[in-house]
Design a binder for this molecule. Structure first.
Ligand code: CP
Ligand code: NVA
Length: 292
């Protein structure tokens, strides 16, 4: 069975721990020597593209970045035929897609491992960096108390799945209609509230993301109105005590987070961004059979 990573939920706790451990290894050898990694983007990216390209180089491989209009995933050619084509040349197929179903179809069509670089529902590569960052900041994930403030989106879902597997406690503060379904929250052991102050009280990590994700521009006005009370500012951080602030980035400064928090002494967003490269390296080393 190929080692796809479409969602954190697909990984068992052992695999998740193995990827985090591989991510911190100084020496991983060159498991991608002479091999290609396809990086297919249907949406823009700064961190994911750059971290994945550099992680590929560090593992001895060659990244080929493909933009939306070049390949026409699902329009010029079916998702299955795109995957079969890329599998002729590459040892890992990574894609950022508007519809998670495209990734599932690609993974089902080829034996080559497929990696989700963000979909409408999940962002597992981000969660790997988040989990590593939290482990570095707090010393351990088990028992860590993490507060998510705002839209319970793709980034939040992947983080929640990772927290559930590694024993961290996640509380989510969202307005009505922007949280997880009760069934999903119960399955992940998440406490949900509408009150940001309640969620952050006692937390060691406060995490937020944009109110309008890529592809949601037509809902922008309604989202900004619904989420306007969920900005992370100094007053909310003070409720948490000495918590660290995390954000997957890009941030809309002044919207979901203030400059003072983003640039403040408890912000770890740049360490988190750097960890995207280390965990991309760990994830691909695992996909190539590392720590098996
Ligand atoms: N956090 C993240 O995935 O950033 P990019 O959209 O810039 O890749
Ligand atoms: N939730 C955001 C994350 C960007 C990295 C989005 O999907 O646009």
């Amino acid at each position: 069975m190929s080692r796809d990573i479409l969602a954190i939920a697909d990984l068992d706790a052992g695999a998740l721990e193995a990827i985090l451990d591989l991510s911190t290894r100084a020496e991983l050898g060159r498991p991608l020597a002479g091999q290609g990694v396809a990086l297919l983007f249907q949406k823009p990216s700064a961190r994911t593209r750059n971290s994945m390209e550099m992680a590929t180089v560090q593992l001895g491989g060659h990244p080929v970045t493909i933009h939306k209009d070049e390949i026409g995933l699902g329009t010029r050619e079916t998702a299955e035929d795109v995957a079969r084509t890329l599998a002729c040349y590459h040892s890992v197929i990574a894609a950022r897609v508007a519809d998670h179903g495209l990734l599932e179809r690609m993974a089902a069509a080829v034996a080559t491992p497929v990696l989700n670089m963000l979909s409408d529902s999940d962002h597992p590569l981000q969660a790997l960096a988040d989990l590593l960052t939290i482990r570095q900041l707090l010393g351990s994930l088990a028992g860590a108390r993490i507060a998510w403030v705002g839209d319970a989106n793709n980034v939040c879902r992947s983080l929640a799945q990772g927290c559930a597997k590694l024993g961290a406690e996640l509380r989510v503060a969202s307005p009505e209609g922007y949280g997880f379904s009760t069934a999903e929250a119960d399955g992940l052991g998440i406490r949900q509230t509408a009150d940001p102050a309640e969620a952050v009280t006692g937390a060691s990590i406060v995490y937020t993301d944009v109110w309008v994700s890529m592809g949601q521009d037509c809902e922008a006005e309604a989202r900004r109105a619904a989420l306007s009370a969920y900005r992370v500012d100094d007053a909310l951080m003070a409720r948490a005590g000495d918590a660290w602030f995390l954000h997957c980035l890009p941030a809309r400064r002044g919207e979901e987070v203030t400059d003072a928090v983003m640039d403040g002494p408890r912000s770890a967003v740049w360490r988190q961004a750097e960890n995207r490269m280390h965990t991309a390296r760990g994830a691909m080393a695992w996909m190539m059979g590392g720590e098996s």
